[in-house]
Design a protein around this ligand. Structure first.
Ligand code: SAM
Length: 200
């Protein structure tokens, strides 16, 4: 049944045809078509990157002078693109992340993207709570590593009100827009939060 569903999925087929590692690529492409977040020469941090389709989209857009750093707790297979650097780490391991950035001579990014997903339990309330915890950690990482006026993209599991996340974002960013790209499965609770213009 699952296999049947995947084979029929047009985004899955298109990702295969275009050489993207996952169908998620089309979520970021659609977000960027609407918000124009990605530009040449940018330095971008992509959190929760495995297997790496966001990294492929970002690398193409910022190439050749821009750079992208991908971090995931799972291994990400290397890319031939020389503007992609990879670290296998938990997003809560800020000491390792900071020291990795210093080896790259990078300290601040123009854009941070995250497609983080907790391992789901099937209990929607619990999954939303875990997703919010992860996203709050990412908002804190962005306090340190995102440039002033920079933008942040978060994937959030939304089931009921998400004010625990919305309030901290509104304190820190000029604007919060929410979007469900077409490539998100209808039955999924995921939305993307586009946090625009970090205030300081
Ligand atoms: C939907 S996948 C990301 C897909 C990716 N954006 C792409 O385009 O290929 C979600 C990822 O979140 C990662 N993840 C979940 N919790 C994490 C954590 N605490 N630290 C680092 N990565 C985490 C998982 O390992 C998984 O690879």
């Amino acid at each position: 049944m699952t296999g049947q569903f995947i084979v029929k999925d047009p985004f899955f087929k298109k990702a295969k045809a275009l050489g993207y590692r996952a169908r998620s690529a089309f979520k970021l492409i659609e977000i960027d078509e609407k918000f124009h977040l990605l530009h040449p020469k940018m330095h971008v941090l992509d959190l929760a990157s495995a297997p790496g389709s966001f990294l492929q989209v970002i690398s193409e857009k910022v190439w050749p002078e821009g750079r992208v750093v991908g971090i995931d707790q799972n291994r990400i297979d290397p890319f031939w693109n020389q503007n992609i650097s990879l670290l296998q780490a938990d997003i809560f391991d800020t000491a390792r992340i900071t020291s990795f950035f210093s080896t790259l001579w990078l300290s601040h990014f123009d854009l941070i993207t995250s497609d983080i997903a907790p391992s789901t339990t099937g209990m929607t309330g619990v999954d939303q709570y875990r997703s919010i915890e992860l996203n709050l950690a990412i908002v804190e990482l962005a306090d340190t590593f995102l440039k002033k006026w920079g933008n942040l993209v978060l994937k959030v599991f939304v089931w009921e009100d998400v004010n625990d996340l919305v309030f901290p974002i509104k304190e820190r960013y000029q604007k919060l827009a929410r979007m469900k790209p077409r490539a998100c499965r209808d039955r999924s609770f995921e939305e993307y939060f586009i946090c625009i213009g970090k205030k300081q």
